[in-house]
Design a protein around this ligand. Structure first.
Ligand SMILES: *[C@@H]1O[C@H](CO)[C@@H](O)[C@H](O)[C@H]1NC(C)=O
Ligand SMILES: *[C@@H]1O[C@H](CO)[C@@H](O)[C@H](O)[C@H]1NC(C)=O
Length: 439
């Protein structure tokens, strides 16, 4: 990528921003979401930040409740992501990308220790991005999990990516993760995140229509009417087979949710049939429904929550102490960048800092008038954590783990104070961090 092309892209971006400003109806909101109006950066004060060692560039993070284990996929190397990261249209160094050997980590949320799982049956390029983790339905909950992970493998025949999905199996408590198969399909073009419905049925988002840098990609990022991406559904005939690169044998793909602007993170919601889909650059969380009928793979969206920043991988925090302690603190957790407009300039710079913001959204207390579908009509959105990029750089995933209010009492904090551990990670963050926050 030549400097001149990058310069042109920035000029066009500036022009577009200007045009949107002059003519767009919802221009102010667009500029707010992209961070162009966020002149002053905030950092949540008075919190102790715990750094989890050996968690370099882990884009996604999941809390598997039955096993009380955090799962993440990390690059494990400070260089790969700055030379090869297709999701940010960085195809600079395919050789470096090819040498990428990321890994799956488990983190114990009590000790804050991260452990790289040893691969069984897998010794090839692993350029990490979104993951999902589901219990093995054939075993008691909490004994074993299937892990799905996006892998942005460089294509040997072009300077592009031949991104695919890896399916792994892990027995909780063991130190290894077994590779079952890779999944490739031409519809999986710019995969970002995964939602597994069963070991052989999953959803995956494409985040861009234009995979390479250029005018159209810039337009796609800035203009919220560019609803050119989708969520796919993938069905596998079997987990045992592996037909090699570019084989679609036994892989069925279809569009489950079309026409979204920059579809991005996927998450599990309040029930087995609720799916969370984010339109990242628009700053919108869609709350959708899937069917329990295996043949019906369509996603329908019932409700949306709009935020004043771009948002990435969503997660749902279900408050386990709600019934015992009266107030239910459950909600949707959305991490994002406070100033997305800077990303084009910073993402190749190992020393840059992208400021972050983490939101918690809950149905507003005065939900007296539910909407037609029974969904609450207003949302309370609270900034749970902010940073200017010095304590954590970029934020793409976050999870909350409640602290038993009894422990808070014992340690002498105010009566029954409700607290939780907030874990935040970013696609460019050196380490995952954990902070204790008030719910
Ligand atoms: C997508 O964009 C087209 C053209 O701008 C518009 O007509 C259509 O309603 C949009 N679809 C959705 C689902 O927003
Ligand atoms: C498929 O599932 C969706 C989401 O639950 C639902 O809205 C739709 O009616 C279902 N379609 C059929 C044909 O059953």
């Amino acid at each position: 990528m030549g400097n001149s092309r990058r310069l042109i892209a920035s000029l066009v971006a500036a022009l577009l921003a200007y045009a949107l400003h002059a003519f767009g109806p919802s221009t102010h909101q667009r500029l707010l979401v992209l961070g162009a109006l966020r002149w002053k950066l905030n950092s949540t004060p008075d919190v102790e930040v715990f750094v989890i060692r050996d968690t370099t560039h882990c884009e996604d993070l999941h809390y598997h409740v039955p096993s009380e284990t955090l799962f993440t996929a990390c690059e494990d190397d400070h260089t790969t992501r700055f030379g090869w990261f297709p999701p940010l249209a960085n195809f600079d160094d395919a050789e470096l990308g090819k040498r990428g050997r990321g890994s799956i980590h488990v983190i114990n949320p009590k000790t804050l220790l991260s452990q790289r799982l040893v691969f069984d049956n897998f010794d090839s390029t692993f350029v990490t991005h979104g993951i999902d983790v589901i219990s093995d339905p054939k075993r008691p909950d909490g004994e074993a999990v299937y892990i799905f992970a996006v892998n942005h493998v460089p294509d040997p025949d072009s300077a592009k990516a031949r991104s695919q999905i890896e399916v792994f199996y892990h027995v909780i408590g063991s130190s290894s993760v077994k590779h079952l198969r890779s999944v490739w399909h031409p519809l999986i073009r710019t995969p970002n995140d995964i939602f597994a419905r069963s070991p052989t049925s999953f959803y995956v988002t494409n985040d861009h229509h234009y995979s390479r840098h250029g005018l159209m990609r810039t337009l796609e990022d800035l203009y919220h009417g560019a609803n050119w991406t989708e969520t796919l559904h993938i069905r596998l005939d079997s987990l045992a087979t592996n037909h090699g690169a570019y084989s679609t044998e036994g892989v069925d793909a279809s569009v489950a949710l079309p026409d979204m602007h920059n579809s991005n993170g996927l998450g599990h919601g309040r029930s087995a049939t609720e799916i969370l889909v984010t339109s990242c650059a628009s700053g919108v969380l869609y709350i959708g429904k899937i069917s329990q009928e295996p043949a019906n793979t369509t996603i329908t969206t019932n409700d949306l929550v709009a935020f004043d920043s771009i948002i990435d991988n969503p997660s749902y925090f279900s408050d386990p102490f709600a019934s015992r302690w009266g107030t239910d603190h459950s909600g949707f957790l959305l991490p994002g960048l406070a100033r997305a407009t800077d990303l084009g300039r910073t993402h190749r710079d190992p020393k840059a800092t992208e400021p972050v913001i983490v939101w918690l959204a809950r149905p507003a207390k005065e939900k007296s008038k539910p909407g037609k579908s029974g969904a609450p009509i207003s949302w309370e959105k609270r900034v749970l954590f902010e940073d200017d990029g010095n304590r954590i750089r970029s934020a793409s995933a976050s999870v909350l783990i409640a602290i038993d209010p009894k422990t808070s009492l014992e340690t002498g904090s105010s009566t029954g104070a409700r607290k939780a551990w907030l874990f935040v990670t970013g696609f460019l963050s050196k380490n995952i961090i954990a902070v204790k926050i008030d719910l």
